[in-house]
Every structure is written in structure tokens, then in C-alpha cells.
Design a binder for this molecule. Structure first.
Ligand SMILES: *[C@@H]1O[C@H](CO)[C@@H](O)[C@H](O)[C@H]1NC(C)=O
Ligand SMILES: *[C@@H]1O[C@H](CO)[C@@H](O)[C@H](O)[C@H]1NC(C)=O
Ligand SMILES: *[C@@H]1O[C@H](CO)[C@@H](O)[C@H](O)[C@H]1NC(C)=O
Length: 348
């Protein structure tokens, strides 16, 4: 009996585990305390493997926390006008409840948080904040286009490896035969690919009065917003898959043969999403009642879709804006305050 109970608890835990480390984003008391491996065991949301990674590389944990913040901010930005607005990550007590497990929302969260860690750790490396990594000064010489490589290129290899150890290993230990784990691992990797595939080259010109006789260049990561935009697109085009035994291996294959095969850059999911219309706190769904909507938009932010056909209230609100700004010599800008009334619509 006791054994059975323990098993049930473990299975339930496994269902909510996957990204609970994002709790780090909300732990404000940590500033400056992330130097001592002793704090690792006390961090909320970390699983055993992650505590081990933390003990080994405690100096990187400030960056991991930053990565979690980036992921949560980006998720909320990308989803702010949808029924599911990523608030699962805002109210951490409902965090990870099962409504989104296995869905494309979960696919996005895994991808963006795996990319967030790789991004933040790489940035810390380039800034010289970590002992074990730095920027890449080995890209040297002259490129075919005739510019000189030099300076500090972002070296993604440490950040990527760190992200693998931190976000993938806990999934691996769930057993590679779990479809959920396969799904999460695939999406974690797709998130890192979105980062890798959009590395850019930045250059600076040297020479008399900007003649650009010599151009020195280095590689930088894209802004994190770019990664968010790419992954949001992947979310829209995500592939529904199901597990299939191929020889001794379990693989995720597209559910319909009409779907095009997915690549390492695409997101995959196992379960259709709920409609997120009605409040269901037990499953971490806020519902859309009270959400602001756009009366004329035919898209997801429009009242029709956002309010799930329940209709909306309209209220008047006053907005205050700066207006009639004048530049005054020298050097200030003087503005008036203009008030005007706007209609605000919110879902019933
Ligand atoms: C990038 O980082 C990896 C891992 O820290 C290191 O092995 C490699 O030498 C670095 N590459 C360059 C070109 O600095
Ligand atoms: C998401 O929507 C809920 C209501 O459904 C609201 O309470 C919350 O503030 C919203 N979160 C964000 C980040 O917009
Ligand atoms: C509402 O949607 C319309 C049509 O998509 C758009 O032109 C307008 O700017 C939106 N209004 C607001 C306040 O976002």
C-alpha cells in the first residue's frame, strides 16, 4: 500500500517536474548569494541532477537565473494577446500543472527556456564573468569576403553544453522510453538550434575617415527577442506526433502521414491543447474572463476569439499622453499633457 502511494506520488511529480527550475526567475533573495555551493540544495524547483550541476558550477547559477527570467519575459511577450498568455509562469504556485503538459504550449516553454539558459550563460562567458569559459578569440585570419576576424566572439559551445546538462539530463533520467521525455528533449534542442542558427557577424570599420580599409569582425548571438520570434513561428507550425517503436528505439513520428516530416528546428507536441476559455485553477488555467480584447481585430486578440463567444464589457478609460512637444534651446524637450478618452473592452 505504502509502495503504491509512493509510486503515485512519483508519477505525479514526474508530470509536473519538467521546467520547475524556472522558479529561479522569481527568487529575488539570491542576489550575490549564488557563490556558495551550499545554496544549491535550497533552491526551489531544482531536481537532483540540477542540484549537482549547480554544485559543480555555482558561479554560473546567476546566469541560469537570468536565463529563466529571459524565458519567462519572452514567453509572456509572445503570448500576451492569446487565450493562454503564459501566466502559468507568472503564478508560480500553479506552475507546471498538467493542463499544458505535452501540448504545443509546453513545447514552446521548453524551447524558450533551454535557449534562455544557453543564451545567458554564453553572455556571461563573453563578459568574463565565469572562470570556466570566455569569449572566442580563436576565430582569426581573413575571411573570403576580405575582412579580418578579431575581438571577442560569442562562444556558444560552453553555453550550449551547460544548457544540455541542466535542462536535458533531468529528462534523460526519466527514461528515454517516456514519450513526454522524448518530446521535451526534442524541443529543448530546437530552442538551442534557434539560437545557433541566428548567430550574426558584427563588424567595425577602421581606416581614414570611415573608409573601411580594414574591417574587423566577430560573431554575436542574435537578440533574445529574435529567438522568441523564431520559436513563436515554430509554435504556430508545430507538428503533432505520436510515439512509434522502430526496432529497439522509440521515435516520435508525425501523427498523420499528410504532415511533412519535422526537422531538428521544429517544435513537436503529443496532445492537442485545451481551449483555455474557462477558469480551471486546479489545472493552472486562468480562463479569459476579464481579459482586454480588441473589438475590431479578427485575430486571436479580437474580442470574438479571445472571449470565446461570451461577449465583452465596454468601459471608458482616460489615457494621459505627452503631446505638442517642443524642443527648447538648449537642451530640453517640453511637452504638454493631453488627456483623451478611450473605450476599453474586456471579456465577460
Ligand atoms: C569555446 O568553448 C569551448 C568550451 O568551453 C572550448 O573548448 C573551446 O576551445 C572554445 N572555442 C574557442 C574557439 O575559444
Ligand atoms: C494573463 O491573463 C490573466 C487573466 O486571464 C491575468 O490575470 C494575467 O495578468 C495575464 N498575464 C499577463 C502576463 O499578461
Ligand atoms: C485592433 O485591431 C485592429 C485590426 O487588427 C488594429 O488596426 C488596431 O490597431 C487594434 N487596436 C488596438 C488598440 O490594438
Amino acid at each position: 500500500m505504502e509502495m503504491l502511494w509512493l509510486c503515485t506520488v512519483l508519477i505525479l511529480m514526474q508530470d509536473v517536474l519538467a521546467v520547475t527550475w524556472l522558479h529561479l526567475a522569481k527568487q529575488t533573495s539570491l542576489r550575490g548569494a549564488l557563490r556558495d555551493p551550499g545554496v544549491c540544495a535550497g533552491l526551489t524547483g531544482l531536481v537532483e541532477e540540477q542540484v549537482r550541476v549547480c554544485r559543480r558550477q555555482v558561479e554560473a547559477m546567476e546566469a541560469v537565473k537570468r536565463g529563466a527570467e529571459l524565458a519567462v519575459e519572452e514567453c509572456q511577450y509572445q503570448f500576451h494577446s492569446r487565450r493562454w498568455n503564459c501566466s502559468t509562469l507568472q503564478e508560480l504556485q500553479v506552475f507546471g500543472k498538467v493542463a499544458i503538459q505535452g501540448t504545443r504550449e509546453s513545447a514552446f516553454i521548453h524551447a524558450i527556456s533551454s535557449a534562455g539558459v544557453a543564451f545567458a550563460v554564453t553572455r556571461a562567458c563573453s563578459r568574463g564573468e565565469l572562470e570556466k569559459c570566455g569569449c572566442d578569440r580563436k576565430i582569426r585570419g581573413v575571411s573570403p569576403e576580405g575582412f579580418q576576424w578579431s575581438g571577442c566572439s560569442d562562444n556558444l559551445s560552453y553555453g550550449i553544453a551547460f544548457s544540455q546538462a541542466f535542462v536535458d539530463n533531468p529528462e534523460r533520467s526519466r527514461g528515454i522510453s517516456s514519450s513526454r521525455a522524448l518530446m521535451n528533449l526534442h524541443n529543448n534542442k530546437a530552442g538551442r538550434k534557434a539560437l545557433l542558427a541566428h548567430m550574426k557577424v558584427e563588424c567595425k570599420c577602421h581606416g581614414v575617415s570611415g573608409s573601411c580599409e580594414v574591417r574587423t569582425c566577430w560573431r554575436v548571438m542574435p537578440p533574445f527577442r529574435k529567438v522568441g520570434n523564431v520559436l513563436k513561428e515554430k509554435f504556430e507550425g508545430a507538428t503533432e506526433v505520436h510515439p512509434q517503436q522502430v526496432g529497439s528505439r522509440k521515435l516520435l513520428v508525425p501523427k498523420s502521414s499528410r504532415f511533412k516530416p519535422y526537422t531538428a528546428h521544429d517544435l513537436v507536441y503529443l496532445l492537442a491543447s485545451p481551449d483555455f476559455c474557462d477558469r480551471d485553477p486546479r489545472h493552472g488555467v486562468f480562463g479569459t474572463s476579464g481579459r482586454q480584447c480588441n473589438r475590431t481585430s479578427p485575430a486571436m486578440d479580437g474580442c470574438e476569439l479571445l472571449c470565446c463567444g461570451r461577449g465583452f464589457h465596454t468601459t471608458q478609460a482616460e489615457v494621459v499622453e505627452r503631446c505638442s512637444c517642443k524642443f527648447r534651446w538648449c537642451c530640453s524637450v517640453k511637452c504638454k499633457q493631453c488627456r483623451h478618452r478611450v473605450e476599453v473592452h474586456s471579456c465577460r
